[in-house]
Design a protein around this ligand. Structure first.
Ligand code: PHE
Length: 455
């Protein structure tokens, strides 16, 4: 009975934008473009595509399968597919991972929101290397302001999710994803008009296989995973809202390609400007929060650009967080019988309370910056355990489950939409990669990320 009232997205386009909204996140704006540049440009892109093909896509299709076939949250789905079995742990890991990611992601998103506000106020006019550093330090160390911005972020995400799947997630992603594209393209055009922009393009697009190391291959693999929101039930949950005529393989390919396009476009917006002003392209949040204001403040109309840039980053972060929180909301409404509103409020408060630990430990001079668990502060621990341990384990379990526990006929039936799609070759290819390639690669990544296997 309950399943009949379950919402779905209203169209294929809605499915696409919601899923892309999950994939596109903070990773596209600083992490991916930087990795492209630092690992041999187009050579890294090629490796990334192979990782998407051999690991990302098979896991994404599998998650969509689990979600749409059962029309349930990640724990409910596993319970339905294999009642009373340990496979439920895929769901349990997913829920834990969703919390861990939310604890630190809301904190970083809080800094982004704060930077939108600061850019609008004009705080960055005349900024220097020192003042830019100092501003970022103050924004991170706080202690009050990062917590307040983290709560604002959670309030925005909660308000959208309370509206529901169609009126909340669908409406917001359908409106904001095109806006995000438009904003990136505006930033790109401006960046390309800068004198000396070709150096930045060279950084991004040179093909240099000699810069590829084993480490960069592993990085590409891990990135493909985090970028496409895999291994923790997000795509199971969104898949459970997909329309019944959606071509799951096709959607996966389109989302992976569009997500990569966003990363490349973000790189084009960033690096020409960074090089035009003779700055070093740094990795991590430093690039986003310290370098970008500095670079854009030197461009005519740079402040408007800065506002647009941080708005687009906050859109990316917000739509990604919606998909993580929705994993929890679907679980609490369906398995625990909470109303949607109660589930959202309860989870938002819980995430805010524990998330404070991330906000107060993000920097070594933060109030809790010196507390270490297994040698890591809270912020780093949440990040490390979720991205390096739980997501690859989740992905591996999903690959093994789908490849060895589900009958191929059932898979064929669902992926071909009950025989209405004539895509046997794609299903066969998917099944082969899923069984023989993805699990092996995932084991290697996992052992490496926890330090057992050293390259
Ligand atoms: N894909 C998002 C990003 O690139 C992060 C994310 C991970 C979202 C896991 C949902 C689930 O930032």
């Amino acid at each position: 009975m309950k399943n009949q009232q379950r919402e779905t997205f209203s169209s294929g386009l809605a499915v696409f934008f919601a899923t892309l909204g999950s994939a596109v996140g903070l990773g596209n704006i600083w992490k991916f473009p930087y990795m492209i540049g630092a690992n041999g440009g187009a050579a890294f892109l090629l490796i990334y595509f192979l990782c998407v093909l051999f690991v990302g896509l098979p896991i994404m299709v599998s998650e969509f399968y689990i979600g749409r076939k059962t029309r349930k949250n990640v724990i409910g789905a596993m319970k339905q597919l294999k009642p009373n079995s340990a496979w439920k742990s895929i769901g349990v890991f997913g829920i834990i991972t969703a919390y861990l990611i939310m604890f630190f992601y809301t904190c970083v998103a809080g800094w982004v929101y704060f930077y939108v506000f600061k850019a609008i106020k004009g705080d960055f006019s005349g900024v220097t290397v020192e003042s830019s550093k100092a501003m970022f330090g103050a924004a991170v160390v706080g202690p009050i302001s990062p917590i307040i911005w983290q709560i604002i972020v959670l309030t925005v995400v909660s308000a959208i999710l309370i509206m529901g799947v169609q009126k909340g997630i669908e409406k917001v992603t359908k409106t904001l994803m095109p806006v995000l594209f438009l904003l990136i393209i505006i930033c790109d055009i401006r960046a390309l008009m800068l004198p000396g922009s070709s150096e930045g393009l060279k950084f991004l697009f040179k093909v240099d296989f000699s810069m590829l190391t084993k480490q960069s291959i592993l990085m590409a693999l891990g990135l493909a995973f985090f970028k496409l929101s895999l291994g923790m039930g997000t795509m199971v949950t969104y898949g459970s809202y997909f329309t019944k005529d959606n071509n799951l393989i096709n959607t996966s390919v389109k989302v992976a390609l569009s997500d990569t396009l966003v990363s490349v476009l973000a790189g084009i917006a960033i690096f020409p400007a960074v090089f035009a002003f003779n700055m070093k392209p740094g990795a991590g949040p430093g690039l986003l929060f310290m370098t970008i204001p500095l670079v854009f403040s030197k461009i005519p109309f740079g402040n408007i650009l800065l506002v647009l840039f941080f708005i687009l980053t906050s859109i990316a972060a917000t739509t990604a967080m919606m998909s993580i929180l929705e994993v929890l909301i679907a679980y609490f409404t369906e398995e625990k019988g909470l109303s949607r509103k109660k589930a959202v409020i309860f989870n938002a408060i819980f995430i805010a309370v524990i998330g404070v630990l991330a906000s107060l430990s993000a920097d070594s001079s933060s109030i809790l910056g010196n507390i270490k668990i297994f040698g890591k502060g809270f912020f780093d621990l949440f990040d490390f355990v979720s991205s390096n341990i739980l997501m690859p384990i989740g992905g591996l379990l999903i690959a093994v489950f789908m490849g060895y526990m589900v009958k191929k006929d059932e898979i064929r039936h669902e992926l071909s939409n009950h025989g209405t799609l004539n895509i046997d070759w794609a299903i066969n290819l998917y099944y082969f990669i899923l069984r023989y390639i993805a699990p092996v690669l995932l084991i290697i990544v996992f052992l490496n990320s926890i330090g057992i296997l050293k390259f």
